[in-house]
Design a protein around this ligand. Structure first.
Ligand SMILES: Cc1cc2nc3c(=O)[nH]c(=O)nc-3n(C[C@H](O)[C@H](O)[C@H](O)COP(=O)(O)OP(=O)(O)OC[C@H]3O[C@@H](n4cnc5c(N)ncnc54)[C@H](O)[C@@H]3O)c2cc1C
Length: 409
C-alpha cells in the first residue's frame, strides 16, 4: 500500500504510459534461436516479471531520492537473481552466458542501475565460488549467493581508472594480519555493500605483479564509506568512494595472492563488456517501444505522428541500430559461452551498443516532442544511464585499443 504523498505515490501518479512502457516485446526470437536450456528460459521470465513488478514501480523513486536501490537487492536474493554465476552445489543457479545476458537485458529494459548493481554482485559471487577456499569461502560465499550480503568490486581509485595496473592502495603485512591503506573510487554497490573485493598493491617494485585481492567485511574498523556520488543519473547503483585507514584484516582475507590479482581483475572483463551490450539492448528496446506507442497516439497536422515519414525513418534507424547491437552482443556472448576468446567481439559489442543506445534514446525522445523530456516515463533515466555505459568496464577508447590492436599488431 502506497502512502499518499510519498515520493513513490507521486511518481506513480505521473506514469501516463506506464502500461505501454511495460508492454515491450521480449527478445523471443533470440531465445528460440539459441536453444536456451529450460533453466535459462525460466530465469529470463523470472527476471522479466521481477523487473516489472518490483523494479519498475520504484526505479524513478531511487533516482529522485538519489539512493541505492536497496529494496531491489533485498528482493533479488529471494528471486534467485544473486547467484547466477554460482553452481547449484554451492546454492546458486548458474545459467549460460547467453541466458545471463538475456536476464540483464530484461532488467535493464526497466532500470539500468539495478541491472548493473546485480552484474557487479553476481560477478563477485561467481569469482568467490570459483576461487575462494576454506574458511574464507565458508564465511563469504553463502551470503553472496542468497543475497543476504551485497558485494562490491574495488579496483578504480580517484587517480587511477583505465590504467588499472597503476593502483596505489597498499596492503602491508603486519604479523598475522594485512593492513590496507588508501582510497578506492567508483565502487558500484559501495554505499550499502557488506563484502568488498579490494585490489591492493603489496609491493610497488613489482608493478602489476604486486597486486593482490582481499575480501573484506565492509563494516570493519578502518573503513569509511562516503555517501553516494551525485551524478547525472544512475543513483540506484550506489557508487561511492571507500577509504581505508590502517584497516587491519585477518590473513584469511587474502583472496587472490600477490602476482595474480591483476589477471583476476581482468578475468571477467570480456563477459562484463558483453553484459553491458545486453543492458544497452534492453534500454534501447524500451525507448523504441515507448516512442512507437507515443507516435501512434499523438495527432498533429490532421494525422498521427506515426504517419510522418521523418518520424517513421528516425525510428526505423533506431530499430536497425538495435538489431545490429543485438547481433554483435549475442554473437560475443555465444563466443564466450563456447569457451573461445571473445575479447575483440566483446569490445565491438560494447563500443557499438553504448554508442547507438545513447543516440537512439535521444532520437526516441525527439519524436515524442517535449513530452520526451518528462520524467514520467523511463527515457530520461535511460538516457542518463546510457552515458554511464561509456565508462563502465573499460571506457569506449579502451575498446578501440583492443580492436585496433587486433587489426594492426
Ligand atoms: C557508473 C559507474 C560505475 C562504476 N563501477 C565501478 C566498480 O564497481 N568498480 C570499479 O573498480 N570501477 C568502477 N567504475 C569505474 C570505471 O571502471 C572507470 O570509470 C573506467 O575504468 C575509466 O576510468 P576513468 O573514468 O578514471 O577514466 P580515465 O582512465 O581517467 O580516462 C579518461 C579518458 O581518457 C581515455 N583514455 C584512457 N586511456 C586511454 C588510452 N590508452 N587510449 C585512448 N584513450 C584513453 C579514456 O577512455 C577516457 O575517455 C565505474 C564507473 C562508472 C561511471
Amino acid at each position: 500500500m502506497l502512502k499518499h504523498g510519498s515520493t513513490q505515490s507521486k511518481v506513480l501518479e505521473n506514469l501516463w504510459i506506464a502500461k505501454n512502457l511495460l508492454d515491450y516485446p521480449p527478445n523471443v526470437e533470440l531465445d528460440r534461436d539459441t536453444d536456451l536450456a529450460k533453466g535459462d528460459v525460466e530465469a529470463i521470465q523470472r527476471a522479466r516479471d521481477w523487473a516489472e513488478n518490483v523494479v519498475a514501480p520504484m526505479a524513478e523513486v531511487w533516482e529522485v531520492e538519489r539512493r541505492f536501490a536497496a529494496e531491489a537487492f533485498q528482493s533479488a536474493g529471494q528471486n534467485n537473481l544473486t547467484g547466477l554465476l554460482v553452481p547449484s552445489e554451492d546454492g546458486g543457479e548458474q545459467i549460460s552466458v547467453i541466458g545471463l545476458a538475456r536476464v540483464l537485458e530484461e532488467i535493464a529494459a526497466v532500470d539500468f542501475s539495478v541491472a548493473f548493481s546485480l552484474v557487479c554482485h553476481n560477478n563477485l559471487a561467481g569469482a568467490v565460488g570459483r576461487r575462494a577456499e576454506g574458511s574464507l569461502r565458508e564465511k563469504v560465499l553463502p551470503g553472496l549467493v542468497n543475497g543476504t550480503s551485497l558485494g562490491a568490486f574495488l579496483l578504480t581509485e580517484p587517480n587511477v581508472g583505465s590504467d588499472a595496473a597503476a593502483i596505489t592502495v597498499t596492503a602491508t603485512q603486519d604479523g598475522e594480519q594485512w593492513v590496507l591503506n588508501g582510497e578506492k573510487a567508483w565502487a558500484t554497490n559501495g554505499t550499502d555493500a557488506d563484502v568488498l573485493s579490494v585490489y591492493a598493491q603489496t609491493d610497488s617494485s613489482l608493478g602489476h605483479r604486486g597486486i593482490a585481492t582481499f575480501l573484506v567485511d565492509a563494516n570493519a574498523p578502518g573503513i569509511l564509506k562516503t555517501p553516494g556520488y551525485q551524478m547525472l543519473g544512475g543513483h540506484g547503483l550506489g557508487a561511492n568512494s571507500i577509504l581505508f585507514e590502517n584497516c587491519h584484516v585477518p590473513a584469511e582475507s587474502l583472496f587472490v595472492p600477490t602476482g595474480e590479482g591483476f589477471r583476476a581483475a581482468m578475468e571477467g572483463i570480456d563477459l562484463a563488456r558483453v553484459l553491458v551490450g545486453a543492458m544497452c539492448c534492453g534500454m534501447l528496446r524500451t525507448a523504441l517501444t515507448t516512442a512507437s506507442n507515443y507516435v501512434r497516439q499523438r495527432l498533429a497536422f490532421g494525422g498521427r505522428l506515426a504517419d510522418l515519414q521523418g518520424v517513421r525513418f528516425k525510428l526505423a534507424d533506431v530499430s536497425t541500430d538495435l538489431e545490429a547491437s543485438r547481433l554483435l552482443t549475442y554473437r560475443a556472448a555465444r563466443t564466450f559461452q563456447e569457451g573461445r576468446d571473445a575479447a575483440v567481439e566483446a569490445a565491438h559489442a560494447k563500443k557499438f551498443s553504448t554508442r547507438v543506445t545513447e543516440s537512439g534514446i535521444a532520437s526516441c525522445m525527439q519524436v515524442m516532442g517535449a513530452n520526451g523530456a518528462r520524467r514520467d516515463h523511463p527515457l530520461p533515466r535511460h538516457l542518463a544511464a546510457s552515458r554511464l555505459t561509456h565508462y563502465v568496464d573499460g571506457a569506449t577508447e579502451i575498446q578501440d585499443v583492443v580492436i585496433s590492436r587486433s587489426l594492426l599488431d
